[in-house]
Design a protein around this ligand. Structure first.
Ligand code: C2E
Ligand code: MG
Ligand code: MG
Length: 422
C-alpha cells in the first residue's frame, strides 16, 4: 500500500492564537502525529487536532510513521489499535519510550480492546495520555491534549515516601537482631475511613525502622531481610504490642487496628498464645484487632493454615485478606476462610477514575465481598476523584495518602481524637 502523509499546516495556522514562539507555533501548541490505516479517519482526526490549535500530521502506514517520527519529531502520537501488518501492539513495543512523547490510543473495537493496548503501552514505559473510542469526540480529544500541556510542565522533584531517606545497604541478620533487641522497630499508623459514616474507623499498623544512623526507614529497606533471616515472628510480636498499646489508649469500641502477618507466622503455635496474652494484658477484646494476611506468596493454603485462621476468627479476631488480586489462589482462600475484610490491592486503583476496566474489576470485587459477607477496603487512595469513584462503586473502607499517611502513634491518636470530636 502506498504510504500517505497528510499535512494540515493550514488548519493549524488558522487556529493558532496570538502568542507565537520563534518557531511560529503557539506556545501551547503541540506536534501531533496521527497513525490510522484508514485515510479518511486519519485525515479527520488530524483536522480535529489542527482545529484545536495544534500542528498535526497524519500517516497511514508504518513506513511513513517511522519517517515522520524523525522528520516531524511529534510530541503526541495518536495511534489506532487495529492496523494491518503493524498494529498498535507492534508500534508500542518497537517505539522507544521517551519522556518527550505521549500517546493517545484510538479504536473502533470497543473499550476492552483500547484498554488492552493502553496497558501494553504502559508496560513498555510509555506515557499514555488516554484512550479515545471512535468516532472521536472533539471535547474528549481537547481534554486529552490539554492534559498533555499540563503534564509537559516541569514537575517538582519526587520525594521519598513518608520523607524517608534513600535506602541504605541491605541490613545483616546481626544488625536486624540488634535492632529488634533495642526495640527500634516502630508501628506507624495509617488511618482507614469508613465510607458510609465518613469517619475514621481504624488504622493499619505499618512497621518503620527508627535507624540510629539512617533515620526512619520504610519496610522496603529491611522487610525482605527480616523474612529471609526468619525474624518476622519477633517483629510481629513487637508490632502487636504497639498496636495493643495504641488501642488501649483509645478506648473506643468501634476503633480497630490491623497488623500485617505472613501466613507462616500466623501458623506458629506461639502466635495465638502471644496474641491472646497481649489482648488480655491490654484489656482489649479480640475484635479490635484485625490480622491482615498477605494474599501473595504461597500458592497453596494448607489445611493446617485454614484451621488456624478459622480458629482465630472463632476467638473473635477479625481476619483480612491483604493485597487481594495479586496472589494465585484468591478465590479458594476466600471461600474456605471466614475473612471479614477484603483489601483490594493498590494496583487496581491506579488510574481508576479513568479506566472502565479497573472500575469493572472493583465493582465485581465489591459484589464478591458482599456475597461472601465481607466488607471491602481499597488501599492506595491518593486523590478525591478516586475516593469518589470507590464510594460510588460501593466500597466500604478507604485507605491512602489522600486520607492520611502512616504516622507515629501519638500523631495518629491526635488525628483520631480531633476527627472524632472526642
Ligand atoms: P500493605 O500491608 O499492603 O500496606 C500498604 C502499603 O501501601 C504501605 O506501604 C503504605 O504506606 C502504602 N500506602 C498507603 N497508602 C498509599 C497511597 O495512597 N499511595 C501509595 N503509593 N502507597 C500507599 P509500607 O508501609 O511501605 O508497607 C509495605 C508493605 O510492607 C505492606 O503492604 C506490608 O505488606 C508490609 N508490612 C508493613 N508493615 C509490616 C509488618 O509489621 N509486618 C509484616 N509482615 N509486613 C509489614
Ligand atoms: Mg496490609
Ligand atoms: Mg496491601
Amino acid at each position: 500500500m502506498k504510504s500517505e502523509i497528510i499535512v494540515d499546516a493550514s488548519l493549524a495556522r488558522k487556529a493558532v492564537p496570538a502568542a507565537l514562539t520563534e518557531s511560529g507555533r503557539a506556545s501551547c501548541a503541540r506536534r501531533v502525529l496521527v497513525l490510522d490505516d484508514e485515510i479518511d479517519v486519519a485525515r479527520t482526526i488530524a483536522a480535529q487536532v489542527s482545529a484545536l490549535g495544534h500542528e498535526a500530521r497524519a500517516v497511514t502506514d508504518h513506513e511513513a510513521f517511522c519517517r515522520e517520527l524523525s522528520a516531524f519529531r511529534p510530541e503526541i502520537l495518536i495511534i489506532d489499535t487495529c492496523m494491518p501488518g503493524h498494529d498498535a501492539l507492534d508500534v508500542v513495543r518497537d517505539l522507544k519510550a521517551t519522556s518527550e512523547t505521549q500517546i493517545i490510543v484510538t479504536s473502533g473495537f470497543g473499550r476492552r480492546m483500547i484498554e488492552t493496548v493502553v496497558h501494553s503501552a504502559r508496560h513498555y514505559g510509555h506515557d499514555v495520555l488516554g484512550a479515545l473510542p471512535k468516532p472521536i469526540r472533539r471535547k474528549a480529544l481537547d481534554g486529552l491534549l490539554k492534559q498533555a500541556l499540563v503534564r509537559a510542565a516541569p514537575q517538582p522533584p519526587r520525594t521519598a515516601p513518608d520523607g524517608a531517606p534513600p535506602a541504605p545497604p541491605a541490613p545483616t541478620a546481626a544488625e536486624l537482631g540488634d535492632a529488634l533487641q533495642r526495640k527500634e522497630f516502630l508501628a506507624y499508623f495509617q488511618p482507614k475511613r469508613c465510607l458510609k459514616t465518613n469517619s475514621i474507623c481504624g488504622f493499619e499498623a505499618l512497621v518503620r525502622w527508627s535507624h540510629p544512623r539512617h533515620g526512619v526507614l520504610s519496610p522496603a529497606a529491611f522487610l525482605p531481610q527480616i523474612l529471609e533471616h526468619g525474624l518476622e515472628a519477633d517483629l510481629t510480636f513487637q508490632m502487636l504490642d504497639q498496636a495493643c498499646d495504641f488501642l488501649a489508649k483509645l478506648p473506643h469500641p468501634g476503633l480497630r487496628v490491623a497488623i500485617n502477618c505472613s501466613l507462616a507466622t500466623v501458623q506458629l503455635p506461639e502466635f495465638r498464645k502471644r496474641l491472646d496474652a497481649a489482648v488480655l494484658r491490654h484489656r482489649l477484646i479480640p475484635g479490635r484487632l484485625i490480622i491482615e494476611v498477605t494474599e501473595s506468596g504461597n500458592a497453596e493454603l494448607p489445611q493446617h493454615a485454614i484451621e488456624t485462621l478459622v480458629r482465630l476468627r472463632m476467638a473473635g479476631y477479625e481476619l483480612s485478606i491483604d493485597d487481594f488480586g495479586t496472589g494465585v489462589s484468591s478465590l479458594m482462600r476466600l471461600v474456605r476462610v471466614p475473612f471479614a475484610e477484603l483489601k483490594i490491592d493498590r494496583s487496581f486503583v491506579d488510574g481508576l477514575s479513568k479506566s472502565d476496566e479497573a472500575q469493572d474489576i472493583v465493582a465485581s470485587l465489591v459484589t464478591l465481598g458482599r456475597t461472601l459477607d465481607m466488607y471491602v477496603s481499597v488501599e492506595g487512595i491518593e486523590d478525591a476523584a478516586t475516593l469518589d469513584r470507590i464510594t460510588a462503586l460501593g466500597c466500604d473502607v478507604a485507605q491512602g495518602y489522600f486520607i492520611g499517611r502512616p504516622m507515629p502513634a501519638d500523631a495518629a491518636a491526635r488525628m483520631y481524637l480531633e476527627a472524632s470530636g472526642a
